[in-house]
Write a protein that binds this ligand. Structure first.
Ligand SMILES: NC(=O)c1ccc[n+]([C@@H]2O[C@H](COP(=O)([O-])OP(=O)(O)OC[C@H]3O[C@@H](n4cnc5c(N)ncnc54)[C@H](OP(=O)(O)O)[C@@H]3O)[C@@H](O)[C@H]2O)c1
Length: 285
């Protein structure tokens, strides 16, 4: 939280937040300082900050400044809203969302002589909202070579452009690709010859809290094989494409017991397409 603009109108007001306000200097000055300076009378927050430097400290700081504090309101709901931050804070790894559009028979691509899109505009607009919520979009070099995607956020007013991250082993990437030449080119990172796990760790150390893996099938397969995906966002199109290349490649699970289950599934119809959003649960090893 940053104290910006005229916040005198907050004097005597109650502040409601999902997460305990921070009380130390990080990317921004402490939220508690801004709250005290603004003259809030009362603060209500949901979940305690898992950051050990903060956990519960805001209550003491605010109360000693004479501000009434109520905490633990709708804890479960607030924790869910903050799950990406909580995951990053406790593991150092970003929260990873695997996002892909597939045909009914689980294929990521259409024939080269056909339009690239599998889904209709409504699903694609929804996917743009998802991009707007993450810190980075990650793809394999195969996707850059095949599609030359922009990997930008479009049609979401005020959205910030996430980092664009590309994995390659060969280093074979077209220098004229849009991600290297457009106005956001400074926000493109290329990792050559590093494991996906190492790349995610590095992104976490750069304070990237959430990463969207957008494919292709090779990288998605590796992400599931290594149990790195936390959430799935899949757009299912009523198409049969056929062919040998599945949406999620990789080695696959070694046994039925090791299968990856999706929990808290939420289905939404988007015109002719269907969107599935779910959290990934990995069985014990
Ligand atoms: N429907 C959708 O939602 C969707 C989304 C994205 C893409 N696609 C489609 O998917 C197709 C591309 O998929 P794909 O499976 O062929 O390729 P991909 O997964 O995009 O890229 C594979 C390449 O990524 C690099 N790579 C993978 N893992 C790596 C690692 N751990 N470290 C370093 N580099 C790594 C390698 O690049 P090098 O070969 O350079 O070593 C590998 O050949 C395209 O046809 C595209 O249209 C569809």
């Amino acid at each position: 939280m940053q104290a910006v603009g005229d916040y005198r109108r907050c004097r005597g007001a109650t502040l409601y937040v999902t997460l305990e306000p921070c009380s130390t200097h990080g990317r921004t000055p402490p939220c508690t300082e801004a709250i005290i300076a603004a003259g809030f009378h009362r603060v209500v927050f949901g979940a305690t900050d898992p950051n050990p430097r903060h956990a519960g400290r805001a209550v003491k700081v605010l109360r000693s400044a004479g501000i009434a504090v109520t905490c633990g309101v709708l804890v479960e709901e607030c924790t869910e809203l903050n799950r990406a931050f909580n995951h990053w804070m406790t593991t150092g790894q970003p929260w990873v969302v695997a996002k892909f559009a597939t045909s009914l028979d689980g294929r990521l691509t259409r024939r080269p002589d056909e339009p690239q899109w599998l889904t209709h505009p409504r699903a694609r607009r929804h996917a743009q909202q998802l991009r707007a919520r993450v810190d980075a979009i990650l793809v394999g070099a195969g996707t850059i070579r095949a599609d030359d995607p922009r990997l930008t956020v479009r049609g979401v007013p005020g959205a910030r452009q996430p980092w664009r991250v590309v994995l390659t082993r060969s280093g074979r990437l077209p220098t004229r690709a849009r991600i290297f030449t457009d106005i956001h080119r400074e926000r493109t990172l290329v990792y050559c010859g590093q494991s996906l796990r190492a790349v995610l760790r590095d992104l976490g150390s750069r304070e990237m809290v959430s990463v969207l893996i957008e494919g292709g099938g090779d990288v998605l397969g590796e992400a599931f094989d290594q149990r790195l995906v936390n959430e799935v966002q899949c757009y299912l199109a009523p198409l049969i494409v056929g062919g040998p290349v599945p949406a999620v490649g990789g080695a696959g699970v070694p046994s039925n017991e090791a299968r990856i289950v999706l929990e808290h599934s939420c289905f939404e119809r988007m015109g002719q397409d269907l969107c599935l959003q779910a959290v990934v649960a990995y069985p014990p090893r």
